[in-house]
Each structure stands twice: as C-alpha cells, then as structure tokens.
Design a protein around this ligand. Structure first.
Ligand SMILES: *Cc1c(COP(=O)(O)O)cnc(C)c1O
Length: 360
C-alpha cells in the first residue's frame, strides 16, 4: 500500500531523550523550555525576526484575524483547505471569494480590486502547495486601499522569495505543523509578524489575554502548545534538510516520468523554489483524472482531490458562488503520493499506471 502521505518520524531514541528532560523538569506545557527552544531554532532556520509556536494552523489563523482586529469582509481564495475560510467565519467576518489564476492556482491578484467594498478589512490568501502568491501586487493593493494582509502559509514551510522567507510577507503569516505537512510537530502552528506590537498582542492572545499577575490586556484564547509537541518539532527539525531534499528529488522524478502526460503543473513563482510539500497535477479532463484515481486505488495507491470542491460552493454555512476557474481546476486536480520514505521505484509504478490509463 502507498498512502498519499506519511508523517516523518525521527529515531525514537532522540524523541525519548527529549521526553526524559520533560520528566526531570515536570514542566509539561505553558511555554516551557522545549517550546522556547523550538521557537529559537525555527527563527534561526527560517530567518524570521519574530515567531510564535501555537496549537495548530487553524488557531494561528484565528489569532491572526483577532490580533489585526478585522471586521466585515475579508477577501480570500476558494482554492484552499477549509480552515482558510472557516477561520474567517469563526471570527465573525464574511469571506468574499476571488477566483484563482489558472496558472499559479493562487488568488488572482488582478481580480482583487474589483471585490473591494467599503466593508473590506483584509485579504487572506493561501500560498497554495507552497507556491508563493503574487505578494508584491497584493501588498500594493492592500496599501492603496488600507487593508491588512494575512497569508495562510500552511504549505510553505521553508519557502523563500529571492532568499527572503515567505513568512516575512503580509501583516501576519501563519503556518501549520500538522503531521501531514512537510515539517511537523504532530499538531502545531506558527504565527509570524514583523511588527513588534502585533507580536505582543498575538503573544497575549495565545495565553488567554493575560498580561501579568491578575490583569488582562485583550480577548484571548488557549493557543499554547505542549512540551511533547515541541519535542517532536525539535527532533524533526534536525532532519528538515534531508526531508526537503528527498521530496524535491521525488518531485523532479515525477515530472520527468510524467512529461508525456496531458496535464499541467502549477506555474511556480519565478523567484522561488518548490519545497516539495505536495505533488499536484491538473489533468486534461475530470474523466481522465477519475480514471487514474480509480486505477491507482485498485493498486492500493492513495491520492487526494486536494482541493475539491471549491470552498465557494462546498460549505453549508455560506451561499454558493460560482468561480469559473476554481470550479474547473478543482474538478481536474489530483495530488499524488508525496512523503520522505516514498521510493523512486514506487514513483515509477504510479507514473506507469497513470500513463497506461491515458494511452488506453
Ligand atoms: C493544514 C492547513 C490548515 C490548518 O492547519 P491545522 O494545523 O491542521 O489546523 C490551514 N490552511 C491550509 C491551507 C492547510 O493546508
């Protein structure tokens, strides 16, 4: 069996070693030494100024919306994981969908301005599959209309634009460290900002809004993460370069093997490199995609229609909106297996089965 994804696990002795420290200190959560160590190591690895380790990528988004005090409408993409939209609704704001660019599969920056109204407070865009959005253009639009920008960078761990971390863009960037992501701490998330005042507010929000003994500064939540999760993050971070290198090699192998497939791949940002987080392909037709999916399933090979259906039509708590490009692409896209321990032989098998379906 080949699953669509498999979490990386460090050598168990290395995790156990960190657990022994937890037992000695008897400090299990509440911004303990391992959580602080992980934050420091991540700041240095990612080259970002500020960063907070939080519960998960969804809470990270909710904290970001709260910290920027967003109200009314938030412009967002319909082609993402449900948490991008649900966090907007959860925070009492209204998502306004803007269709995606057919090549990059990210929000189409050329269509954003037409969606701005007097009630718009922000843009919340996803770097889909780790492929950076048109950040310069989005920044320009936001400045012109006095809007905040949040990037859901859940897929974009380690991604850079021209050598600068993708997490440095927007008023706040968030990441997910969930077990299915490129780099994980079982459950976990990150919030990043360059603004020290926003950072202070986020830190307070993470800890129930507590500002000192017997005092509160803001409305907060429990956004903390535990020492056990931080331990996994620390243990995994040692292997991140190896993990990334293997995934990038697998990506190149897939691309080579599938070069005769009638399908397209997302067009990558020119000044950035693929981090190997996912391997999506957009087939010529939904019919061909479904045939391939079925063929792979019979061979016990997992795939995922990531992202299908469009968030602008799928959610029972929102009125459906047609988004022509998202509706079309989401029907034809399929993510193939991608994880550290996947072998090149397994990729050969997957590609052979797909090409056999096409050439039949
Ligand atoms: C995984 C993911 C999230 C949510 O992260 P969790 O850590 O699972 O809460 C949010 N947005 C996107 C785009 C994701 O892929």
């Amino acid at each position: 069996m080949i699953p669509v994804t498999k979490p990386f696990l460090p050598p168990i002795q290395e995790y156990n070693h960190l657990l022994e420290g937890i037992w000695q200190r008897e400090w299990l959560t509440n911004m303990g030494p391992l959580a602080s160590q992980l934050e420091m190591e991540l700041k240095s690895y990612l080259k970002v100024k500020h960063l907070l380790y939080v519960t998960n990528g969804t809470v990270a988004l909710q904290m970001a919306i709260k910290a920027l005090d967003l109200k009314g409408e938030i412009i967002t993409t319909p082609f993402s994981f449900v948490a991008t939209t649900s966090s907007i609704v959860w925070e009492g704001c209204t998502p306004v969908f803007v269709d995606i660019d057919k090549d990059s599969l990210n929000i189409d920056s050329a269509k954003i301005e037409a969606a701005i109204t007097p009630n718009t407070s922000a843009i919340l865009a996803t770097h889909v599959y780790g492929n950076p959005c048109d950040v310069e253009k989005i920044d320009k639009i936001a400045k012109k209309h006095n809007l905040k920008v949040i990037y859901d960078a859940a897929h974009a761990f380690g991604v850079e634009i021209n050598g600068k971390s993708i997490f440095e863009y927007g008023d706040i960037s968030t990441c997910s460290l969930h077990a299915t992501k490129l780099y994980h701490s079982v459950e976990g998330g990150l919030v990043m900002t360059k603004n020290p005042d926003v950072l202070k507010k986020l830190a307070s929000i993470r800890n129930f809004g507590i500002s000192g003994h017997d005092s509160f500064s803001t409305l907060g939540i429990n956004g903390k993460n535990s020492e056990y999760h931080a331990a996994m993050g620390i243990a995994n971070l040692k292997y991140i370069d190896e993990i990334k290198a293997k995934r990038i090699a697998l990506t190149q192998h897939y691309e080579e093997k599938l070069k005769n497939l009638k399908a397209i791949r997302p067009l990558w940002h020119q000044e950035s490199e693929n981090n190997g987080a996912y391997f999506p392909i957009v087939f010529e037709s939904e019919e061909l995609m479904l045939k391939c999916k079925e063929k792979l399933q019979l061979a016990e090979i997992g795939t995922r229609r990531y992202f299908y259906p469009s968030l602008a039509t799928a959610l029972p708590y929102l009125d459906p909106v047609a988004m022509p490009i998202t509706d079309d692409i989401s029907k034809r896209v399929l993510c193939l297996p991608m994880y550290y321990s996947l072998s090149f032989e397994e990729v050969n098998l997957i590609c052979r089965l797909i090409l056999r379906v096409q050439n039949n």
